[in-house]
Structure formats: structure tokens, C-alpha cells
Design a protein around this ligand. Structure first.
Ligand code: ZN
Length: 136
């Protein structure tokens, strides 16, 4: 491994991010899994940090996850100021831990640690796509 590999890796990495957005546009929230050691990654990665292989496959995140922790965000990041306040949550889906927003349909009083959640792709104005957690 030298810097030539490093440059190619980062290029591939950007291509994978593009794939991730394409999948979101198709309504799928996808992660990657190492074909060598089965380690899974979200956000998707092209190189396995467990065994250093670059042999990844995509898979859709399905089924119910579980809310681990959350925080209320009162100031949106630049360009997303109008989104605040919203709830940023960390949820566990099997081996994966996913950081994302809770659906605004979930009222703050109804948020409970350990509650079951689904992760779904969403369409935003201006052709943007993202994902969020919904009640399962
Ligand atoms: Zn691996």
C-alpha cells in the first residue's frame, strides 16, 4: 500500500457515496459489508478497517432497530438552519449503529430509549434525499 493506492481509494470512496445517494433516491437505505470478514459499515465504506480488504457488497438496512440515545438539535448546520429544532438519534440495527434524525412525526414526549425504529429513505425539497428514523 502506498500513496498511489491511497489516491485510488479516496476516489472509489466518492463513487460509493454517489451510489449511496442513488440508492436513497430508489427508497433504499444501504450499508456495506466486507465479503472477507463480514464486518458491516454505515455510512458505507469501501475498505474494511477490520481486515483491510476492499471487497465490499451493498445490503439494505431492513427490520427494526433500537434507539440507543438522542439529542435535540436547536440550531441547524449551515444551510439547514430552517430544519431546527429536530432530534438527532443513534440507533442500533444488529451490528450497525446509525446516526440520523428522528421523524418529526414522533413527538418528544413519545421518545423512549430502546424504542423500536425503522430507517427509511426520504425525499426533501430541491431533489435532495436523506434518511430518517420512523416508529417501527
Ligand atoms: Zn473485513
Amino acid at each position: 500500500m502506498d500513496f498511489a493506492n491511497f489516491g485510488r481509494v479516496s476516489f472509489t470512496s466518492e463513487a460509493k457515496v454517489a451510489d449511496f445517494v442513488t440508492y436513497l433516491d430508489q427508497g433504499k437505505v444501504m450499508a456495506t459489508r466486507c465479503k472477507q470478514c463480514q464486518a458491516s459499515y454505515f455510512p458505507p465504506r469501501v475498505d474494511c478497517s477490520s481486515c483491510f480488504a476492499s471487497d465490499m457488497e451493498w445490503f439494505e438496512i431492513k427490520g427494526n432497530g433500537k434507539l440507543i440515545t438522542y439529542t435535540e438539535v436547536n440550531y441547524g448546520p449551515s444551510g439547514f438552519e430552517d430544519d431546527a429544532p429536530y432530534i438527532l438519534a443513534l440507533a442500533e440495527f444488529g451490528d450497525l449503529k446509525i446516526l440520523g434524525r428522528l421523524s418529526p412525526d414522533i413527538k418528544p414526549d413519545n421518545i423512549k430509549l430502546g424504542m423500536p425504529l425503522k430507517v427509511t429513505a426520504i425525499k426533501l425539497p430541491d431533489d435532495r434525499v436523506s434518511y430518517q428514523f420512523q416508529p417501527a
